[in-house]
Design a binder for this molecule. Structure first.
Ligand SMILES: CC(C)[C@H](C(=O)O)[C@@H](O)C(=O)O
Ligand code: SF4
Length: 431
């Protein structure tokens, strides 16, 4: 029997030729990561067991991103604990402040993840790296502590679901619309503990940023991981970032899938996930007109350069609606600098956007844009649960950056067609 990409990567890291769904295996971990919220908890675990040495400091990365720069004394303490630990253990891949970013944007951007890698993170959106053909998944801090100490962890091999997108992505439609369409179809538990493998010419047509967006939201369907087979675009993208050797895994023609879904990309239009679940997905046209108080363009889902380019293309020469806070947060310092270089930051600032240094910030209701009772936010992030971005009686809609930028201008949820002509901005949009 053939194997899927996920099974092959797990088998390779378990030192086996063959694994099958349901099997429990011990795997070697290429990279084990944590952030300013989860690292201190893992550090505490190591201390509890008197472990004062990590297995391999080069296979650990710590990224201070959630409450950065520290928003209060507690978050400053968390960061200090992480920084001291990195120093003590000789962990060079410690990121805080300079040349840093939101972990899931930063680490692939810096070449820390390559196709075929097995990455485990104390953060649920570690699944993002499936966008470049890696196996990656989130765990709790105790599991991360174990990996830091031993270099290994255990996994139950997941079953694989196959999602195929035929046709061509339509105008204004990108990875976010694809993944929201999938979650809208299968639900927030539709992929529970399963690998979500994406195929089809419409996926191949997407750039790496859009593929990372798709993989990022596997956890919103309950998935263990997502994976997109690495192709020429992936190789080019990765080669610009690292010389590390890597192996590309492909699913066998006779690989076994637990279920298969097909989508016609020609029919997918810009969509929005309405409160309070990422699966409550509707075409933008159905919710256009909904009043908004805040727009957030950023996060590990849609805070990359291509996202900012689309937002700037739409907002160029226009003004954010006077009753809307439009917060833009490039997801890494490198993206910020590149956006500055391309004139994107100036366009956004002229339009009245509030631009911050990189942080998770408002995505998890942390800081930099908390919602009051009754306020409504349209966000390019990945979660819209009750109270996610502030008051339990606030509401969050999720969308692509194109829909978010158009809505910022009109002060209500809007289709990008209402604000800009696609033909005028097409050259600025990379898919
Ligand atoms: C802080 C962290 C544990 C959390 C996660 O794991 O997802 C956060 O990143 C989030 O998006 O809610
Ligand atoms: S940007 Fe949001 S979803 Fe991503 S890691 Fe940060 S808090 Fe979690």
């Amino acid at each position: 029997m053939g194997m899927t990409i996920t099974e092959k990567i797990i088998a390779a890291h378990a030192g086996k030729d063959y694994v099958e769904p349901g099997e429990l295996v011990t795997v070697k971990v290429d990279l084990a990561i944590a952030n300013d919220i989860t690292a201190p908890l893992a550090i505490k675990q190591l201390e509890k067991y008197g472990i004062d040495k990590v297995h391999d400091p080069n296979k650990i990365a710590l990224v201070m991103d959630h409450f950065f720069p520290p928003k209060d004394i507690l978050s400053a303490q968390q960061i200090k604990i992480s920084r001291d630990f990195a120093k003590k253990m000789g962990i060079k891949n410690y990121f805080e402040g300079q040349d840093s970013g939101v972990m899931h944007t930063l680490l692939p951007e810096k070449g820390f993840v390559v196709p075929g890698d097995l990455v485990i993170g104390a953060d649920s959106h570690t699944c993002t790296y499936g966008g470049i053909g890696a196996f990656s998944t989130g765990v709790g801090s105790t599991d991360i502590a174990y990996i830091w100490a031993t270099g290994e962890t255990w996994l139950r091999v997941p079953e694989t679901m196959k999602f195929t997108f035929y046709g061509k992505p339509q105008k204004w439609v990108g990875g976010k619309d694809f993944v929201l369409t999938v979650i809208g179809k299968i639900g927030v538990d539709g992929a529970l503990y399963k690998a979500m493998e994406y195929h089809g010419e419409a996926i191949k047509a997407l750039d790496i940023d859009n593929r990372l967006t798709i993989a990022n939201m596997a956890i919103e369907a309950g998935g263990k991981n997502a994976v997109i087979e690495a192709d020429e675009k992936t190789i080019e993208w990765v080669r610009k970032r690292t010389n590390r050797e890597f192996k590309i895994y492909k699913s066998d023609p006779d690989a076994k899938y637990c279920c298969e879904y097909e989508f016609d990309a020609n029919k997918i239009e810009p969509v929005v996930a309405c409160p309070n679940l990422p699966s409550n997905v509707k075409p933008v046209s159905e919710v256009a007109g909904t009043h908004i108080d805040q727009v957030f363009i950023g996060s590990c889902t849609n805070g990359r350069l291509s996202d900012l380019r689309i937002a700037a293309a739409i907002l160029k020469g226009k003004k954010v609606h006077p009753e809307v806070r439009c917060i833009v947060i490039p997801a890494s310092d490198q993206i910020y600098k590149q956006a500055l270089h391309e004139g994107i930051i100036e366009i956004l600032a002229d339009a009245g956007c509030l631009i911050s240094t990189s942080t998770c910030g408002p995505c998890l209701g942390g800081h930099m844009g908390i919602l009051a009772e009754g306020e409504v936010c349209l966000s390019t992030s990945n979660r819209n649960f009750v109270g996610r971005m502030g008051h339990p009686k606030s509401q969050v809609y999720l969308s692509s950056p194109a829909v978010a930028a158009a809505s910022a201008v009109l002060g209500r949820i809007a289709h990008p067609d209402e604000v800009a002509k696609y033909e005028d901005v097409e050259t600025l949009i990379t898919l």
